[in-house]
Ligand binder design. Sequence first.
Ligand SMILES: [Zn+2]
Length: 549
Amino acid sequence: VDIPAHRNFAPRTYRAIPAAAALALLAGALCAERAVAEDEASAIDVQHYRLDLRVDPASKSVRGVVEVRAKPTASASTELILDLSQALTVDAVSLSGTPAQFSHEDDRIRIVMDKAQRNRRSVTITVTYHGTPQGKGFTFAERNGQPAISSFGMPFTARQWWPCKDDPSDKADSADILITVPQPLTAASNGKLVATVPNEDGTRTFHWRVAYPIYPDVMSVAIGEYAMFEERYQAANGAVLPMQFYVFPPDEEKARRDFSVLPDMMSSHVQHFGEYPFLREKYGVAEFATYSFREHQTLPSYADKLITGDHQNDAILAHELAHQWFGNSLTVRDWRHVWLNEGFATYASMLWQERRNGRAAYLEELQKLDEGDLQGPVFMSDVTDNKKLFGAATFNKGAWTLHMLRHVMGDERFFAALRAYVAEYSYRNVTTEDFRAVCERLHGKTLEWFFREWIYGVSRPTYQVSWTSGTAGNEVTLVIRQMQSDVPVFTMPIDVRVTTSAGETQRVVWNDRREQTFPIAAEKGGRVTNVTIDPDGWILKHVLAAASD
Ligand SMILES: [Zn+2]
């Protein structure tokens, strides 16, 4: 028997694919950005943020007053902490209207709190500040000779432009975002536009209100001389959701073509995950001058270069839309669980393609996601490296994990689990174990082994398959050996297809040993001509060539 070196079982295509290209550009956008881990309690539970920002394109600076209404937590002793980059200057801090003493070091504002304030049920911290934000979290750029100014909410970048508790585990109940910019610029943001006020100095103030829970990294400011257009999505309850797009004028025609698929994507995601979580507000996209994309709540930012007018980046549009469920409504408790955002959003994009183009197209798309470093684990124990947090392991292997879980649970239970997970954790924080618990409830059995292998574990199985046919002709003895050297054994149900001269039989075998023998009887008569494992590609694996008699 001739056994070639490791190769993937499924035929591969090597053309550039949207998902992989998207990942590459996201990683590229991040290379200079190093995230920082949280190591200190802020001693507050945030209820409401009110940002009042004046953004000046000429001086490339921001001047703001931010109010944080919060409950002091049990750990509050003599100080409260907010995150704010040292690049910005704090002019004043007050606590519930009373000027407060503060220090501003190591990107943190420490605010001295007296006993009376500690015992209040709620305090309002008001920070007045100004300066030019440094880092990728907030950028002053130009497009077509006009200012193009925007935030870019990666983990721990909110502090680069406004004082906040920069932690996904503390979602504010609501927010008001007021942005003042010179005419004729438009400032887009999260939630609903409740007022546009012209000021005497030639500026306008755009007041956006968010009535759903939100965390700082997905709060957005997108400023430009935008052209605006709309699509509509009608929900099952009859509500009409405006889909509002803010694009640079030269790109409007291309954007109208590219974004025309979004109502269909919305229908696909709603079918799989339940109703759009921000139905009383909007869904939109704001073009920005950063070569990347980001799922800001109700208004993802999307690079000018991604708007091509020929649907090249539909997969990214479907991905960003899915983040409204996975990331914004259900928000990770901390960034170790980021695959619950990225793996799910990537997988949602695959589901949209399945709904549109059928099962075969879906299976083919999954094979294309077997690209990049998928060694794992999917769970990120180190959250200080944004390139790893947003890399192939969380995006591609995360999506693959859901694909495999679907096969393990079966379609009915798997999709019921996705809907139950969303219903149970909407607007809240989630962990990997929360998702596992919902899946196990629907599955009726433990899935500890599956999560251990694919989320917390590394590598993939390398199967070597051999078979002999019995004297009756339609009986097969199948031997599956696991040849990977870095992990002792993978447990997986494996599809086996037996082909005889009279037709095909498909079975599932439960493989949980290094070397395992399975007797299989083909239903159809005739001589066995071939035996293949996992012919549709439901397992992330390598396969060595089959040996036959
Ligand atoms: Zn994403």
